[in-house]
Design a protein around this ligand. Structure first.
Ligand code: DC
Length: 235
């Protein structure tokens, strides 16, 4: 069966990565967390004091960055490596969350990440989550979902996630960070966060994870049937 691309875009912390991971596992597809890539770039920029207003410094830094995903059977997840080092835990910390949207605005950063993501998905058979997958990275994705949820629900979910990683963060701080990121992500000039015209809207405020996964898988099934019908017609 011909493989497809599934794009999950939307606001911060509305369940994109949890849903994407489960959908990928159900289909035997690769899961690519594009937010982790922007977070890894942010970590590198902070560690190397890269100025966001100096294009030459930014270009040089990007040339020195290699981002890879490796599956870890112990944690049962794809973990992100920056220049050979596992940075999966470091990039989820609040100091990265507080800077990542500013780094993601930088045109050079976006172009480099988008090119890399397109390469990762060129054979299709991927579930990618992010902000611009259905609009800029794979505008031809067979399934596009735009996810949202009310901000208080998102903040509470994020707080639990951080607690599981032994990080105790105040709910107001999380809420502010989410709202700030949503604003920067959706108002930037280059590939802003917006719902693609052909993306299905998924509001997860009152949904369980299973319901979210089912919502996506239903659309995947329809897309795969459509693909098969097209292939039969072409034969
Ligand atoms: O999904 P996340 O919260 O880990 O993403 C972190 C930040 O990365 C998010 O606030 C904006 C940026 N991002 C982006 O600009 N484009 C993407 N495709 C994915 C993430």
């Amino acid at each position: 069966m011909k493989k497809i691309v599934i794009a999950l875009d939307g606001y911060s912390s509305c369940g994109k990565s949890t849903t994407a991971k489960l959908v990928a596992a159900a289909l035997g597809y690769a899961y690519i967390d594009t937010g982790a890539m922007y977070r890894a770039v942010t970590l590198y920029f902070l560690e190397h004091h890269v100025s966001l207003t100096n294009p030459k410094e930014i270009r040089e830094a990007l040339n020195n960055i290699e981002i890879e995903f490796h599956y870890n059977p112990k944690t049962n997840r794809n973990e992100v490596f920056l220049n050979g080092l596992n940075v999966e835990d470091e990039i989820r910390k609040m100091y990265i969350s507080n800077q990542v949207s500013e780094v993601s605005v930088v045109v050079e950063v976006r172009r480099a990440m988008v090119a890399q993501q397109q390469k990762m998905g060129r054979k299709r058979g991927v579930v990618m989550d992010g902000r611009d997958i259905g609009t800029a990275v794979f505008p031809d994705a067979e399934v596009k979902i735009f996810m949202t949820a009310d901000v208080d629900t998102r903040a509470k979910r994020r707080q639990v996630e951080l607690l599981e990683k032994k990080q105790l963060v105040n709910l107001d701080e999380i809420r502010e960070n989410l709202l700030k990121r949503d604003l920067i992500d959706s108002t930037r000039a280059e590939s802003p966060l917006r719902r693609a015209e052909d993306a299905a809207l998924l509001d997860t405020s009152h949904m369980t994870i299973d319901e979210q996964v089912d919502f996506v898988l239903e659309r995947v099934t329809s897309a795969l049937i459509k693909n098969e019908e097209k292939a039969v017609k072409q034969d």
